[in-house]
Design a protein. Structure first.
Length: 112
């Protein structure tokens, strides 16, 4: 039997998990640290922890060079029908999605 949790509880648990999952990224505001952990942990579960691909395609700057940030944001927001890429608009704000898109495009979150 599964428990149905309200979405705010789910998000709070997700944020607590992600903030403890990786070391804090120096020089970034708290919300950006949470989002950075989200990208590495949650996106990384399909795209690889180093964003070199896995179930999903690689998300490194060279791989995203042909896509404008707005297109990356649209993919995050709406997902890709017929694939494992879900829409994230229920969990992330437009501002958070835009920030993630900028970071993916620039490679700012990559450690190698």
């Amino acid at each position: 039997m599964s428990i149905l949790w309200p979405s705010k509880v789910k998000r709070s648990v997700l944020v607590m998990f992600m903030t403890s999952a990786l070391p804090v990224l120096a020089g970034q505001p708290a919300e950006q640290q949470v989002l950075a952990n989200f990208v590495i942990q949650d996106c990384g579960s399909c795209h690889g922890l180093t964003m070199r691909g896995g179930l999903g395609p690689p998300l490194r700057p060279d791989d995203l060079a042909m896509l404008p940030e707005a297109a990356i944001a649209a993919i995050i927001r709406e997902g890709v029908p017929g694939t494992a890429m879900p829409p994230w608009k229920a969990l992330l704000t437009d501002e958070e999605i835009d920030w993630i898109s900028e970071q993916l495009k620039s490679g700012a979150l990559l450690s190698d």
